[in-house]
Design a protein around this ligand. Structure first.
Ligand SMILES: Nc1ncnc2c1ncn2[C@@H]1O[C@H](COP(=O)(O)OP(=O)(O)OP(=O)(O)O)[C@@H](O)[C@H]1O
Ligand SMILES: [Mg+2]
Length: 448
């Protein structure tokens, strides 16, 4: 009697707490409690309800999506006929116990003999609808087993502010530029993936992401070189922290020329030290890594049909390709942003794209852009990129190898960006040859 009274009172308090959550949320926030990290509504109501729904609908979903097997053969001979039928007792794979996570749950599925993960990957959208969750990701950590990672709601709905992200110093060449769908930090590591391609329609968030990247690299001993042929409007905000900023195509060609010379000098250094990359040199002899940021690639490739403009586009293409092909071991990295990166821009673009191993696609207006950016690495990611809505600025799909994930970059105001550039301006590595290339006086001296 007493026990059931306690259970009733506790349940009533819990339900009351959930219903009045929006009233006590501000108080918790003031006390330093981060609601985005833990959602009480999910812990108390969402998780148990979803776990029950999953178990309740599992057999039916498996049957409808052809995820069950039959112990008895589904083909038989009837007189002179070979007939094929549906099993009366289909056996679904074993669904494990769901484990609660910060953003949803994780559940293990034991495959039946003869089953492959592919069918489950294809059925993940059906599972999302049947379980009424935001996303179901299927991965295969071990043979015969699947892990289904269920995300309850879209954690990327709210734009991220830089202040919400942990402010720990990052490892050299790494940058925490935003959030991943599962609530984790989105870390981009140029040591692991040296060159990146960022695509998206206009106003989809490309420059914001490049800005977030620059801000995170700003405190590190890295030279940042900007090529922003939209008159330097985007990267110009970070100019105090940039070693060089090219704002038109002639400047870009001169800057890229100097960077190719820098590569040759570094090659000679590595050869004489008998090492295969600058990272194997002793720290005090290692040249500073250089990150080249290109905002709007098309501006470098566009041609008005004149011979001069065609030559310039060709020069840009050759120089960028050389940096992409040889730069990684020599500490030269490329981050290239553009609305379209297809062969329609000119020869050499597809070769450049093939060298940019990291891919990030924001909202796109046509399927071919998503296909160009993601299709060759991760065909599954193409449909996800196409499902990004116009209101979801900054949301993107990124792939590394065949894996993909949904992410959102951090947003910072123009004033804050300028303040970051000013704070780290005195850490900007000086390279006279690059400054001379931007000025166009050709008196810069040695490349490095
Ligand atoms: N992560 C984000 N969160 C919220 N809003 C964002 C985010 N990223 C971008 N935006 C919004 O989208 C607008 C356009 O972003 P941005 O300038 O980066 O787009 P873009 O792809 O570079 O466009 P364009 O091709 O025209 O240069 C920004 O002014 C900002 O308001
Ligand atoms: Mg832009």
């Amino acid at each position: 009697m007493a026990a059931s009274l306690i259970i009733w009172v506790a349940s009533a308090l819990l339900i009351l707490g959930v219903l009045t959550q929006r009233h006590w949320d501000p108080w918790l926030k003031k006390a330093g409690y981060d609601r985005s990290a833990v959602s009480w509504r999910w812990y108390l109501v969402g998780f148990p309800a979803t776990a029950l729904r999953m178990r309740w609908r599992w057999k039916q979903v498996c049957l409808v999506n052809d995820l069950s097997i039959s112990r008895t053969p589904t083909r038989a001979v009837l007189g002179d006929l070979a007939v094929r039928g549906t099993s009366l007792r289909p056996i679904p794979p074993r669904l494990g116990l769901p484990k609660l996570t910060r953003t949803g749950l994780v559940v293990r599925v034991r495959l039946q003999p003869g089953q492959t993960p592919h069918r489950f990957v294809m059925a993940s959208e059906a599972l999302e609808h049947a379980w009424r969750v935001h996303r179901v990701r299927v991965t295969t950590p071990r043979r015969g087993e699947l892990i289904m990672t269920v995300t309850a709601g879209d954690s990327l709905r709210q734009p991220g502010k830089n202040g919400q992200v942990q402010q720990e110093p990052e490892p050299l060449m790494s940058a925490r530029v935003g959030r991943i769908e599962d609530g984790g930090e989105w870390l981009l590591d140029l040591r692991r993936v040296p060159h990146w391609l960022v695509v998206g329609a206009t106003q989809s968030g490309k420059s914001t992401l490049v800005g977030a990247w620059v801000r995170r690299l700003a405190p590190q001993p890295v030279a940042l070189v900007g090529i922003d042929c939209k008159g330097g409007m985007e990267l110009g905000l970070m100019e105090p922290r940039l070693t060089a900023l090219a704002c038109d195509r002639q400047q870009a060609i001169r800057v890229l020329d100097v960077l190719v010379d820098v590569m040759k000098t570094r090659m000679a250094v590595c050869r004489s030290a008998q090492v295969r990359s600058i990272w194997e040199l002793p720290e005090d002899e290692r040249p500073v890594p250089i990150v080249v940021l290109v905002d709007e690639l098309a501006e470098l490739y566009l041609s008005d049909g004149s011979r001069e403009s065609r030559d310039e586009a060709m020069q840009c293409s050759t120089l960028l390709l050389r940096i992409a092909q040889l730069g990684a071991a020599l500490g030269l990295h490329l981050i290239v942003a553009g609305q379209r990166v297809g062969s329609d821009l000119g020869p050499g673009v597809t070769a450049l794209r093939a060298q940019l191993g990291g891919r990030i696609a924001h909202r796109v207006n046509d399927s071919s852009t998503a296909e160009m950016a993601l299709g060759d690495l991760s065909p599954d990611a193409v449909a996800v990129a196409q499902s990004i809505l116009p209101g979801e600025q900054g949301v993107a799909v990124t792939t590394v190898g065949a894996r993909w994930m949904r992410v959102r970059s951090d947003l910072m105001s123009t004033e804050e960006t300028r303040a970051v550039a000013a704070r780290y301006a005195d850490q900007t590595p000086r390279m006279p040859a690059l400054s001379a290339a931007v000025a166009g006086d050709g008196e810069g001296g040695e490349a490095e």
